[in-house]
Write a protein that binds this ligand. Structure first.
Ligand SMILES: Nc1nc2c(ncn2[C@@H]2O[C@H](COP(=O)(O)OP(=O)(O)OP(=O)(O)O)[C@@H](O)[C@H]2O)c(=O)[nH]1
Ligand SMILES: [Mg+2]
Length: 506
């Protein structure tokens, strides 16, 4: 403390002490005067003064405690705990899932991504992604936000062809910000589609999205924006190139936009800017390039970063982790499906062989069910669900009963009778039709069981009937049936004919 301050403090204390002495003296005189007139009134006055003194002391102690408390440190940027813990759990689950993925490349890619995400938990920059239609002015916005030319700007669509990221900081914000410029969406051609995919992927990784438009919102822009907001992407809609509109037209346009965006985007998140205003030619012939009008966007960005920044990062990390979990599940499901379909493919022809080898040409339900029971066990194994053959048989029988009650056995027999009558010798036609029918029904059963195991041993809301009907419908398409009949002739009819011809000649 400076000497002048010390002096001021000492003078202040002396003054306060003088005042207190004067006050005590004045109070004492008052008390003496009143007690002389009435001792009771004097005592009451004394009690009142004591209460006032006690209140004063209590007040000083209370406020002294409040002010004397050590100042709270400005919190370090820290991702909200609950969501970050949930994201970590999700990543742990992904690593567990990865052990079940057989494709080495896919497994490694998944693990690498989960490690990448994990490392971002420690310290992470804020990700801002500039996204929108080609030529709306995304690169111009990045340049204006950074206050320097970093990306090439051009009138034709497709000037930016890869995602480019630039780090920067806002005064007073602890986190570094990474702003990413993306290629435009809705550009024609295969190259355009590929770039759009990249842009969408970058947008999905954003903590905050700047969705740039330069005119009324097109339907395709609206749909894209809606889907991004619906997956939880916090977005600012940036209306660029306002220098091109007269004031009155601009206001009408903005009002209309606001109506259209409501309630997806609150009005304060629709921001109008001119990131790279057109040069103006003066009467003198001189050209003047106006400064960018970007302040409203900077202001809104800072406000969001201050009030929601940490939440947005936490939400995004959790979202990314869940997306990765979803990707892992899809990979596992696709691999299992492939394996399970191989099992069905194998059993359908085994079933066909059993039935067609029978002396009496009928679709023997029990024979088919016995084959199906083993199939159920094997499909279950693919889905990590061990079950014994008895349980497999129960399931197979109940499915076979459903096939009969739905009239599918008869229906399939008729379909194959018609399909085979022209190209199968008459002496084997009965058994051929029933063999093909058995193969077909085994296939329907197998596909239905795959659905059952995919849904954690559950037939779903519509029960077994709906699953079987759906599989019957899916496996009835013309192109599939043509291939199936051809396979049936190769695998069932030909061996039958060869055997019959062999029997006859011997
Ligand atoms: N009048 C006016 N023109 C602008 C403004 N901002 C950008 N432009 C022009 O719009 C055109 C496209 O700008 P870019 O920044 O390259 O647009 P982009 O969205 O990055 O385009 P792509 O990378 O091709 O998707 C250029 O000719 C810019 O000069 C603006 O505020 N006012
Ligand atoms: Mg660009």
């Amino acid at each position: 403390m400076s000497r002048a301050r010390w002096l001021a403090v000492i003078v202040g204390i002396l003054l306060a002490l003088g005042l207190v002495a004067w006050l005590i003296d004045a109070v004492y005189r008052l008390y003496a005067g009143v007690s002389l007139a009435s001792p009771l009134l004097g005592n009451l006055l004394l009690a009142l003064l004591l209460v006032l003194l006690a209140l004063l002391i209590a007040g000083v102690v209370y406020y002294g405690f409040l002010f004397g408390r050590p100042k709270r440190q400005r919190p370090r940027p820290r991702v909200p705990v609950q969501r970050s813990a949930a994201a970590k759990d999700s990543l742990e689950a992904v690593r567990q899932q990865a052990t079940r993925i057989q494709d080495e490349v896919a497994r490694q890619a998944l693990l690498e991504r989960s490690r990448e995400l994990e490392s971002t938990f420690a310290r992470r920059e804020f990700r801002l992604v500039v996204f929108g239609t080609g030529s709306a002015g995304k690169t111009s916005i990045v340049n204006a936000v950074l206050g320097r030319m970093v990306g090439q700007v051009g009138a034709p669509m497709g000037t930016t062809i890869i995602g480019e990221t630039y780090p920067f900081r806002f005064k007073g914000l602890d986190r570094e910000i990474h702003i990413t410029d993306t290629p435009g969406i809705l550009e024609a051609g295969i190259v355009g589609t590929e770039r759009e995919q990249l842009a969408r992927q970058l947008a999905a990784e954003a903590d905050l999205l700047l969705f740039v438009i330069d005119n009324d919102l097109r339907q395709s822009e609206w749909t894209t924006l809606r889907s991004l907001v619906q997956i939880g992407k916090r977005s600012i809609v940036v209306f660029n190139k306002i220098d091109l509109y007269p004031e009155a037209d601009l206001q009408i346009l903005l009002d209309r936009l606001q109506d259209r965006l409501h309630p997806l985007i609150p009005s304060e998140d629709l921001v109008a800017v001119a990131a790279n205003p057109q040069a103006i030619t003066l009467e003198s012939g001189e050209t003047l390039r106006p400064d960018p009008e970007i302040i409203p966007l900077l202001r809104r960005m800072v406000m969001i970063l201050r009030s929601e920044g940490e939440d947005l990062i936490a939400d995004n990390l959790l979202f990314q982790a869940q997306q990765l979990g979803e990707a892992a599940r899809e990979l596992i499901d696709a691999e299992r499906l492939k394996q399970a379909e191989k099992v069905v493919e194998r059993f359908q022809w085994i079933g066909a062989g059993v039935v067609s080898a029978m002396p009496i040409p009928v679709v023997d339900i029990l024979a088919a069910a016995a084959v199906n029971a083993q199939m159920v066990v094997e499909i279950g194994r693919v889905y990590d669900c061990e079950m014994n053959i008895e349980r497999g048989k129960e399931l197979a029988v109940s499915l076979t009963k459903t096939l009969i009650s739905l009239g599918l056995v008869r229906g399939a027999t008729e379909i194959f009778a018609i399909a085979m009558q022209t190209n199968v010798a008459t002496f084997v036609i009965g058994r051929a039709v029933h063999g093909a029918t058995a193969a077909y029904l085994t296939r329907i059963a197998g596909k239905s069981f795959i659905e059952y195991f995919r849904q954690d041993q559950n037939w779903g809301d519509g029960g077994i009937t709906e699953v079987v009907q759906e599989q019957f419908r899916l496996n009835q398409r013309d192109e599939f049936m043509k291939v199936f009949v051809k396979q049936a002739i190769d695998r069932v009819v030909q061996p039958l004919q060869e055997r019959e011809e062999g029997d006859r000649s011997s």
